[in-house]
Design a protein around this ligand. Structure first.
Ligand SMILES: [Cu+2]
Length: 340
């Protein structure tokens, strides 16, 4: 009797698994149909569909790290054998992103995205003083096309190619203790735009079963030329992988793992003195990181009429910084998406 029960249990579980793998086709019409909210260009649309989205993210950078080792704020300053007059100690950064998508055909989806950023940077000087600078403004505008080239039962692939237009300012200024009341140009991390035309390329794979959705995206941002302030931000290469579990018809929970290589700045703004503050020294730019994200998506078509809400908390598991820089502590992203 025990054996028969075991065989029945095995057959039942195999049937359930088989059923789980036999979804007819990938659908975005469920909470896990979209990737975690921090992933850009994760999905395409069907012919004639529009989507508008708003995302807010807040990033906290705090405490210093040299390559793989944490260092104290004081250790990088001149009186303690360091190289700099000033170090940043903390930098909170807020980003508002507005996006629009439209699909002229089932295979082609067009996307435009703009953003507004504000940030503050707290500093410690060699004399033991503290001060804060602030910066805000509209960022670069990106336009891109996504082309779905494979769409089989529950598996989809699409490629993205886009252009980032340098609409964001690279001349943000503020007063510092050394500027005698004048507004002076702020270091690289306090600038909003890249100042260059940048190419955006990505390839995304999506898969789905009855209770799970998963995906993988390789994304590159490649800068061209040099901006008006004689420098170019580093290229960026990221590999995002995620899986989401559809807990209910309206709620999914997700986990994400991302490898990120951020190149350093080439060239230098002649108006910045690299010995003054570590953020004005381009050798302190670029990093490698391994990031993890945990989030949820809410999608209730009857209640919310095509709207979705996404949330994600992300933090670095590892970060290897070039030179000495502020560490990334965490990133919180929330977003609303509305399709019609
Ligand atoms: Cu969309």
């Amino acid at each position: 009797m025990k054996k028969i029960q075991l065989i029945i249990a095995l057959c039942a579980s195999t049937l359930m698994l088989a059923q789980d793998n036999n979804t007819t086709s990938y659908t975005t019409n469920r909470p896990d149909g979209h990737a975690p909210i921090s992933v850009m260009g994760d999905h395409t649309h069907n012919k004639g569909e529009w989507m508008v989205s708003y995302r807010f993210s807040t990033t906290t950078m705090e405490d210093l790290r040299r390559a793989n080792d944490d260092v104290t704020n004081e250790s990088v300053l001149l009186p303690n054998g360091g190289d700099y007059m000033v170090t940043p100690t903390e930098m909170p950064m807020n980003m508002h992103m507005i996006g629009a998508m439209y699909a002229p055909t089932d295979r082609l989806t067009l996307m435009a995205m703009g953003m507004y950023m504000d940030m503050t940077m707290d500093h410690l000087t060699a004399m033991g003083g503290m001060f804060t600078t602030e910066s805000s403004g509209f960022g670069d505008l990106s336009v891109s096309a996504m082309y779905k080239f494979i769409d089989t039962d529950s598996h989809k692939w699409h490629a993205q190619i886009g252009l980032s237009i340098p609409t964001g300012t690279i001349d943000n200024k503020d007063v510092t203790p050394a500027s005698m009341g004048n507004e002076v140009i702020l270091p690289y991390p306090m600038q909003i735009g890249s100042g260059t035309y940048d190419a955006i390329t990505a390839v995304t794979y999506l898969g789905q079963s009855d209770y799970f959705s998963w995906g993988s995206q390789l994304r590159g941002v490649f800068r061209t030329g040099e901006n008006e302030n004689d420098y170019r931000l580093g290229n960026q290469l990221g590999w995002n992988n995620w899986i989401a579990y559809r807990a209910t018809n309206w709620l999914s929970v997700s986990g994400r793992l991302q490898g990120l290589i951020q190149g350093g700045i080439r060239g230098a703004n002649p108006d910045l003195n690299p010995a003054m503050v570590i953020t004005a020294d381009t050798s302190n730019s670029g990093y490698d990181a391994l990031n993890a994200g945990f989030g949820f998506n809410i999608y209730a078509p009857e209640l919310l009429k095509g709207a979705r809400l996404g949330f994600e908390y992300a933090l670095p598991l590892q970060q290897n910084l070039n030179g000495v820089q502020l560490k990334n502590q965490d990133v919180i992203t929330v977003g609303l998406q509305y399709s019609f």
